[in-house]
Design a protein around this ligand. Structure first.
Ligand SMILES: [Mg+2]
Length: 220
């Protein structure tokens, strides 16, 4: 079922500074939204970039260089094994806890938690470390209000979301966005250098923009 406010004719880029006509009406209610974590709530690649600088000595490397989801294509001169090791470290338990949240994400999630449970579906294989990370990012949210499902496979997200009764998903991986849309979900692309392609997805650059897309209950 499509939400009555949903429309495909809205502008691709949504910004509160775009002017009244470009700002869409809030359209998603809190209890129908779920989130990817890495690259959406967690600025995971900030850790990756830092390690590329330190361990590989590429001082001017930045997240803007990550224009592909396949990291080997972003750093073709670096040995595959070296890059795999850095990626493995980035996703390790120890480094996961050092990942900074995307700006505004903790505030948004804390606000959302007042109206709905927080639900996350990640393609990570193991949920434990990223769940602990979430607990530390939103310490005010009761742990029983946070659900994390690790599918180990991005293509498995749609089944999980359907079972959860989720209709709207915020995601940064392009292929996953396309797949979920094909399967009837409303997708919000969280803008990252690796997902900037011509598209007609609803796209947010930060959590303030996401806040504007939520139809918050007037009183609670
Ligand atoms: Mg992601």
């Amino acid at each position: 079922m499509r939400y009555p406010f949903a429309s495909t004719s809205l502008p691709k880029r949504v910004s509160p500074t775009d002017g009244c006509s470009a700002v869409p009406s809030p359209r998603f209610v809190p209890w129908e939204i779920a989130f990817d974590i890495d690259g959406v709530v967690a600025d995971t690649m900030a850790v990756f970039v830092e390690m590329v600088r330190e361990k590989l000595g590429i001082a001017d490397f930045s997240k803007e260089h990550l224009t592909e989801y396949d990291l080997h294509r972003c750093l073709p001169s670096v040995a595959r094994e070296a890059l795999d090791e850095i990626l493995w470290l980035t996703l390790s338990d120890e480094y996961t806890l050092r990942v900074p949240p995307c700006p505004g994400a903790p505030e948004f999630l804390a606000k959302l938690s007042r109206y709905a449970p927080l639900r996350f579906v990640t393609a990570r294989v193991w949920p434990e470390s990223i769940t602990r990370w979430l607990y530390q990012v939103v310490p005010e949210v009761p742990r029983e209000a946070i659900t994390v499902v690790a599918t180990g496979d991005p293509t498995a997200k749609s089944d999980v979301l359907r079972e959860m009764g989720v209709r709207v998903f915020v995601e940064d991986r392009w292929d996953t966005c396309e797949r979920l849309r094909e399967e009837g979900f409303e997708v919000v692309v969280y803008d990252q250098p690796w997902n900037r392609r011509g598209d007609n997805f609803l796209r947010v650059s930060d959590w303030r923009e996401m806040d504007n897309l939520v139809r918050w209950p007037s009183r609670r």
